[in-house]
Design a protein around this ligand. Structure first.
Ligand code: PLP
Length: 375
């Protein structure tokens, strides 16, 4: 199969990731709960994973790296833990439902939001849209690093600086960027929400929340941490405060190995490889009159390697089905991001999304182009 749905989750995973998951299943017990050797080994596995993630994301304090079940969980913890009754939030017009649905549910606490309209390929105007959306009640800007549908990259360092100039928090959704673009806490983000199973090549069901210094959300889940067990109060110390319950040790061990894999390959090299594939695909698709492309040619400054399109007269689902019959996996529909489709006028049709990984080859893209011509 030619797998081009890596924005959903990367496939295949590096063999070392599967090996790490398997080894953790065989050789460890509940970490931080007991003094026996299997438990201690597990605790040290988690410690190593936390250190590795902290180093990768430029976080000086590894206690601020919280393991979660994915980017959605991390985003819920950041939004619901940080926002207070009556607050206002500015989001981009490209946000995923991982941001929009928690915000929608916070409406019960009079928490409101404004969408800042993105101007593709114009960081100045995009930043201006955010500035204009800030009002007296605004407490936070939340923005995706790059659209999971269009690949459009947001000027997040500028937006973070804008937030801080107005005394606001900045929360970054790095679901699509971690592993293909630089994501570093040195940029001053207050919280970064990361998917472990996409560009970091970890197992599904893994993710990370990284909190900036001086940011302490309320908890949305409480329970056993293996520490301060005599207290009914949730501990204050990080990361225990946010990691109640038995951790997903096999997932975390796999995620660490995925991060090591990306570090060794080099984020820049992975990005250059994937971008070249998407530029090649774009240059072929733009010559096919039946294909509707929605964004300008992918480039290094303004995009991440994700490309969406439609074929005249076919629904995106039908195109994906026909590709699937030819052994090519892509994603159609709305990609859990109706806002992004609304921005591009594709809410009714959806779009066909192509997303490569480090394992995608030029020959894979040629097979896709051939199949699209036949369709
Ligand atoms: N944010 C964006 C931009 C995404 O693309 C995704 C997943 O597709 C998510 C959040 C949710 O990530 P997860 O599946 O790890 O919860």
């Amino acid at each position: 199969m030619i797998y081009l749905d890596n924005s959903a989750t990367t496939y295949p995973k590096p063999p070392a990731v599967s090996a790490a998951v398997s080894s953790a299943m065989k050789h460890s017990a509940n970490p931080g709960r007991s003094g026996h050797s299997l438990s201690l080994a597990a605790a040290s596995e988690i410690y190593n994973a936390r250190s590795s993630a902290a180093g990768f994301f430029g976080c000086d304090n590894e206690e601020r790296v919280i393991f979660t079940s994915g980017c959605t969980m991390a985003m819920n913890m950041a939004l619901k833990g940080l926002l207070k009754k009556g607050d206002h939030v500015v989001v981009s017009s490209l946000e995923h439902n991982a941001v929009m649905r928690p915000l929608q549910s916070l409406a019960k606490d009079d928490i409101t939001f404004t969408k800042a309209q993105i101007v593709p390929f114009d960081n100045e105007k995009t930043t201006d849209s955010f500035r204009k959306a800030i009002n007296a009640k605004t407490r936070m800007i939340v923005c995706t690093h790059a659209s999971n549908v269009w690949g459009l990259r947001m000027p997040v360092e500028r937006l973070s600086a804008l937030a801080h100039a107005y005394g606001l928090m900045f929360v970054l959704d790095a679901a699509q960027s971690a592993g293909v673009a630089e994501v570093t806490m040195k940029s001053g983000y207050d919280a970064v929400c990361i998917a472990g199973h996409k560009g970091l090549y970890g197992p599904m069901g893994t993710g990370i929340l990284i909190l900036g210094e001086n940011i302490l959300p309320d908890t949305i889940i409480e329970g056993g941490t293996g520490s301060s067990s005599a207290e009914f109060m949730q501990p204050e110390e990080l990361p225990d405060r946010f990691e109640s319950g038995t951790p997903n040790l096999p997932g975390i061990a796999g995620l660490k190995t995925g991060i090591d894999f990306v570090r060794k390959k080099g984020t820049d090299r992975i990005f250059a490889h994937e971008l070249a594939l998407m530029q090649y695909l774009y240059s072929r698709l733009e010559k096919m009159p039946e294909i509707k492309l929605y964004t300008p040619r992918p480039d290094a400054e303004f995009t991440l390697p994700v490309l969406s399109f439609n074929i005249d007269g076919l629904s995106s689902e039908e195109t994906a089905l026909r590709l699937s019959k030819r052994g090519i996996a892509v994603r159609a529909g709305l990609h859990c991001a109706p806002l992004a489709h609304e921005s591009m006028g594709t809410l009714d049709t959806g779009a066909v999304r192509i997303s490569p990984s480090v394992f995608t080859s030029g020959a894979d893209i040629d097979r896709l182009i051939f199949a699209l011509k036949r369709i």
